[in-house]
Design a protein around this ligand. Structure first.
Ligand code: FAD
Length: 399
């Protein structure tokens, strides 16, 4: 079977679904392939994000649990930053991604589930479509533009020779659990070797009885397997899990996320990379959902506009320039902080989280969101004049 579309999108995560929505809304004929049997069938994320960003992106409040307190636990320290109003949140990932799918479908995009893109068509040097294995049989789609929103694997861009494998990345394992009693307004990050040799563990609440408990580990810094570490933490009931009462996993989530900064090139003739495929994530929390939605929409808009110019690389550069101007330098600065964090011993972590103790909620959020501006960081350095704090904030300022 062979069909023609203006834009073929590979991947039904937040980036692909958002690109499908804006491209279809702009009048392009769009087809999206998702290899799983349902949108968000396999959850590969913890779903922590920021309420202001969700509101700006028009995501209804019914898809997230608001969080107002942020707790850090290290081997011998425990810091709580609490605030009046909730500014962070934990997403109902499946519900929210399917909401994005409905937006795309409503705008006219065709969505093919259980449809794995297995090859890329090339005409001379340009990408010219994809081949997919679908429930209706093999399908060849010829398209002016292909959007690679396949996540960590960047499977289309790699096959097309437009991108390489990620060398530095994070792996996370997480259980979504019933538990007797969790504080639904507080998320917790646990740092130090007993939780993760190169990364952190977390408790992200969805309600009083539903919580995501996970472990993230960085490669190549550690070869440890996050699922083993997670089992260990759960079995030993390491603090603060000891306060949650009965914990019963009901769902396992597992995934990979790039962690080496952004792709140098995110566009080529007939090809756009977006979301994890382009390295669009904040290294401090390894969070990328808000970027995937925002830059997915941008990719769809610019992609639709580029059709009149055969989706040439030049016609797609507006996309790359815009997203890089917004986040590239922030991601680079955040990587420097992350490198410092990956080198900390348990004792150093005990001291490091002390820096957070006198931060206001807003200061903390600007920091952890990697929402760095020189003005904000200079204010932080002034308000928190200890040597350790100055070192940390100066590290961000030196770009
Ligand atoms: C353990 C873990 C925890 C995380 N926690 C957070 C967090 O708390 N907050 C946050 O904001 N971000 C978090 N992230 C990062 C976040 O999940 C990603 O940044 C985000 O999902 C990127 O969206 P995407 O659409 O680019 O890719 P994805 O969400 O990975 O979507 C890609 C989709 O493409 C499909 N696909 C892949 N290859 C093919 C193919 N060949 N054919 C068809 N379909 C294909 C996949 O099945 C998938 O559905 C976490 C990541 C991990 C691994």
């Amino acid at each position: 079977m062979e069909e023609k579309y203006d834009i073929a999108i590979v991947g039904g995560g937040p980036a692909g679904l958002s690109a499908a929505y804006t491209a279809a809304k702009a009048g392009a004929r769009v087809i999206l392939f998702e290899k799983d049997e349902a949108i968000a069938h396999s959850v590969r994320t913890s779903g922590v994000t920021w309420i202001s960003e969700m509101e700006r992106l028009g995501i209804p409040g019914e898809y997230y649990n608001p969080v107002q307190n942020y707790r850090f636990v290290s081997p011998s320290n425990d810091v709580l930053i609490s605030g009046g109003t909730a500014k962070s949140c934990v997403l109902d990932v499946r519900g929210m991604y399917q909401y994005l799918a409905f937006l795309a479908a409503g705008a006219g995009a065709k969505i093919m589930v259980k449809s794995n893109v297995i090859n890329v068509l090339k005409e001379v040097e340009r990408v010219a479509g994809v081949k997919a294995s679908t429930p209706k049989g093999d399908l060849t789609v010829r398209s002016t533009l292909v959007i690679d929103a396949s996540g960590f694997s960047a499977s289309v861009a790699r096959r097309a020779g437009a991108a390489g494998e990620w060398k530095r990345y994070g792996i996370g394992a997480e259980y979504e659990c019933y538990c007797d009693d969790v504080d639904g307004a507080t998320w917790v990050l646990m740092v130090g070797r007993q939780y993760s040799e190169a990364g952190y563990a977390w408790i992200f609440p969805l309600s009083r009885n539903r919580v995501r408990i996970g472990v993230g580990i960085g490669r190549p810094e550690s070869n440890a397997e996050p699922l083993e570490k997670l089992h260990d933490i759960l079995e030993k009931r390491l603090k603060p899990l000891d306060a949650l009462g009965k914990i019963q996993p009901v769902e396992l989530h597992y995934g990979f996320i790039p962690n080496e900064g952004v792709r140098q090139n995110s566009v080529a003739d007939g090809l756009v990379m977006v979301g994890d495929s382009a390295g669009q994530s904040n290294p401090l929390l390894l969070e990328g959902i808000r970027y995937a939605i925002e830059f997915g929409r941008l990719a769809g808009e610019v992609g639709a506009r580029s059709l009149s110019r055969s989706a040439s690389r030049e016609s797609l550069l507006d996309y790359e320039k815009t997203w890089k101007a917004k986040v590239e330098s922030k991601i680079q600065s955040a990587l420097r902080v992350q490198t410092r964090w990956l080198g900390l011993t348990d004792e150093e972590w005990d001291k490091e989280i002390e820096i957070l103790r006198d931060m206001t909620v807003d200061e903390f959020l600007d920091f952890i969101k990697a929402d760095f501006t020189a003005g904000k960081m200079m204010k932080l350095a002034l308000h928190h004049p200890t040597l350790a704090a100055r070192q940390l904030f100066n590290m961000i300022l030196q770009s």
